[in-house]
Design a protein around this ligand. Structure first.
Ligand SMILES: Nc1nc2c(ncn2[C@@H]2O[C@H](COP(=O)(O)OP(=O)(O)O)[C@@H](O)[C@H]2O)c(=O)[nH]1
Ligand SMILES: Nc1ncnc2c1ncn2[C@@H]1O[C@H](COP(=O)(O)OP(=O)(O)O)[C@@H](O)[C@H]1O
Length: 209
């Protein structure tokens, strides 16, 4: 069986650029990342594709899945459910591929409980004014929703200390490189790879005797 892949949890306030940075990472990376498509009860935005951007669901169907234990995590965010289907994540990690979750903070904290050896990365804006500009500039949300998302952002930023890494998204290519370096280094962490070297460690120990 291949070595299990890394679970990479990518969070950050709405509008910080998670989707943009993630897309650029996937485009430019030789590395084998797989994106976990989330399920949501929010309305589909123009241009979004069901099964690619999200699995769009009713509240009833979402709640059924929660009851059946089919979600790795889920959260309510600005009036809608969002969650990660469990089966795809497990199957893909078992295949030795790294899985990328793009989720908000409450969900990330649930994943941390269940998968403590995940890699938790928080994407931050350079400052809050820039965050508001990006949310407005994207043009997908009303002023009311933008205000709700900004209030949520303040709460989320307070929880940055729960993460392993904080990456500022000042310029997309810089943020992309930072995330890629983190993932690369995580692959060489001794506690992850020690099993690979067991035979050599045993042999080395014997020689000393
Ligand atoms: N907990 C959790 N949060 C998610 C999931 N999928 C997306 N989110 C987060 O839900 C929030 C709202 O997402 P969305 O409505 O698509 O807005 P956007 O991220 O600003 O485009 C964002 O912070 C997403 O990262 C998920 O599966 N679980
Ligand atoms: N580094 C950046 N500098 C300027 N604008 C950015 C940057 N990263 C993303 N954006 C823009 O900010 C808006 C929000 O980005 P998006 O990827 O949708 O955020 P999120 O997925 O975190 O909600 C988009 O219009 C995007 O083009």
């Amino acid at each position: 069986m291949p070595e299990r892949g890394l679970l990479i949890v990518f969070s950050g306030p709405s509008g910080v650029g998670k989707g943009t940075v993630r897309a650029a990472i996937f485009e430019s990376s030789q590395h084998q990342f797989e994106y976990s498509v989330s399920m949501t009860t929010r309305k589909q935005r123009p241009g979004e594709v069901d099964g690619k951007d999200y699995f769009f669901s009713t509240r009833e169907a979402f709640e059924e899945r929660i009851k059946a234990g089919q979600m790795l995590e889920y959260a309510e965010y600005v009036g809608n459910y969002y969650g990660t289907p469990l089966e795809y994540v497990n199957k893909t990690l078992d295949e030795g591929k790294d899985v990328f979750l793009e989720i908000e903070v409450q969900g990330a904290l649930q994943v941390k409980e269940k998968v403590p050896d995940g890699v938790f990365i928080f994407l931050t804006p350079p400052d809050l004014d820039e965050l508001r500009d990006r949310l407005s500039g994207r043009g997908t949300d009303s002023l009311e929703v933008i205000n709700e998302r900004m209030a949520k952002a303040r709460e989320e930023i307070k929880l940055m200390s729960e993460y392993d890494y904080a990456v500022v998204n000042d310029e997309v290519p810089l943020a992309v490189e930072r995330v890629k370096k983190i993932v690369e280094a995580e692959h060489f962490r001794v506690d992850r790879v020690i099993g690979r070297y067991q035979a050599m460690l045993d042999a080395a120990t014997q020689k000393i005797k």
